[in-house]
Design a protein. Structure first.
Length: 380
């Protein structure tokens, strides 16, 4: 008998063909059918673009806490000299501002501010024009303040005050040309060409304070200058010196002390000064240089619009030290929602603040004028 022939199928070719068919089918399915998940259960969640309901901690960069030379953390040491003290007052939007934001309409921020003294909040004085409250209650603080951008009320805010302007033409021009418009300028009453510099600063959008020389503990060995306000002055002498100081400049929202450790530690003297400041529709800023200052309590008692410097940025006028203080200020703002920094008009300080401010918004922070740091619960 002959042998039966066994039919051998080409399984290799068949398998390869099936594989090609499967791959081709899959590619056609992906290209034609708009369901890459293959029918798996899915859910769609709408992502809100608004910051409504977010806290500062939700959007802030955290963990930047520079160390001071003794190794302790600086973020919890609010203020110059490292002494523990209450932080500056916190800002809350007015009810009408909140309603405007809820409606999605933000008022525009002007690129320049008024450069002429408004007659409604100005009165003649023995040495020149003086700030005053109008007959209908309008204050210089209200009229000359730079509007703050309240588009993001939950973003931590920082106010920077640069003092000593007007004394050096070079550094004053440097500050006007280089610092962002939200920076607050504090002018010394002894500066030259103050009216010209006031106009330049306001045209660039800067809010202004006037520095008041107050008595230090080692006066007269340490003499801040003519017409310094002293604890020993009688009330009429105090008013006369204050009238001279306040008439050196116009279009400012308030005053900030220059030195004055003794004066600001004397409650009676400080209350007398704040009473005059309040009656003239101005705010008062404590420069944070003295841990013995009773300005917070005195301002509350006199219902004075008030703010306080949390950190002096250039006690050590070196670039790396100023940078460390700026980072410390950021930590205070993130922890408390608001921080105020004070500095002098030194070239190194101006350069560091300018560089630091360039990326501030990218780090989840906002620069504001000092009037926006006023505690609205005290003397508003």
């Amino acid at each position: 008998m002959g042998k039966r022939k066994v039919l051998r199928l080409p399984f290799g070719l068949v398998g390869a063909g099936l594989l090609v068919i499967l791959i081709t089918t899959a590619l056609v399915w992906i290209g034609v059918v708009d369901d890459p998940l293959g029918g798996e259960p899915t859910a769609v969640v709408r992502l809100e673009r608004s910051l409504e309901g977010l806290s500062a901690r939700d959007i802030a960069v955290v963990g930047i806490e520079p160390e001071v030379k003794d190794g302790s953390s600086t973020a919890s040491e609010g203020g110059a000299g490292g002494a523990e003290r209450p932080l500056g007052p916190r800002f809350e939007p007015n009810p009408d501002e909140t309603e405007t934001l809820a409606a999605g309409v933000a008022p525009p921020i002007p690129s320049s501010l008024s450069i002429r003294a408004d007659s409604r909040v100005t009165e003649p004085g023995p040495y020149g024009p003086l700030p005053a409250v109008s007959t209908d209650g309008l204050r210089p603080l209200d009229l000359y303040a730079r509007p703050a951008d309240n588009s993001f009320p939950n973003v931590p805010k920082i106010a920077i005050i640069v003092g000593g302007l007007g004394l050096s033409q070079t550094t004053t021009q440097m500050a006007v040309e280089q610092l962002p418009p939200e920076t607050t300028f504090a002018f010394a009453p002894y500066g030259s060409s103050l009216d010209r510099w006031m106009q330049r600063a306001r045209q660039e959008g800067h809010e202004m304070l006037l520095q008041l020389p107050l008595e230090p503990f080692d006066y007269p060995d340490n003499d801040p200058g003519p017409h310094t306000l002293l604890v020993s002055l009688k009330s009429d002498q105090m008013r006369d010196r204050l009238a001279w100081l306040l008439s050196r400049l116009t279009n400012y929202v308030g005053v900030i002390n220059y030195t004055g450790a003794r004066f600001t530690s004397d409650e009676a003297a400080l209350q007398g000064l704040l009473s005059e400041i309040t009656d003239r529709g101005l705010m008062y800023v404590d420069d944070g240089s003295s841990s013995r200052s009773v300005a917070t309590a005195a301002a509350s008692g006199e219902h004075t619009p008030f703010s306080k410097v949390d950190i002096v940025l250039d006690e050590v006028p070196k670039a790396d030290e100023i940078t460390a203080r700026l980072l410390q200020l950021e930590g205070v703002a993130r922890a408390q929602g608001m921080a105020v920094g004070g500095a002098s008009a030194l070239p190194v300080t101006i350069e560091q603040i300018e560089e630091w401010s360039k990326t501030l918004e990218e780090r989840g922070l906002q620069l504001i004028p000092v009037s926006a740091s006023i505690d609205r619960a005290v003397g508003n």
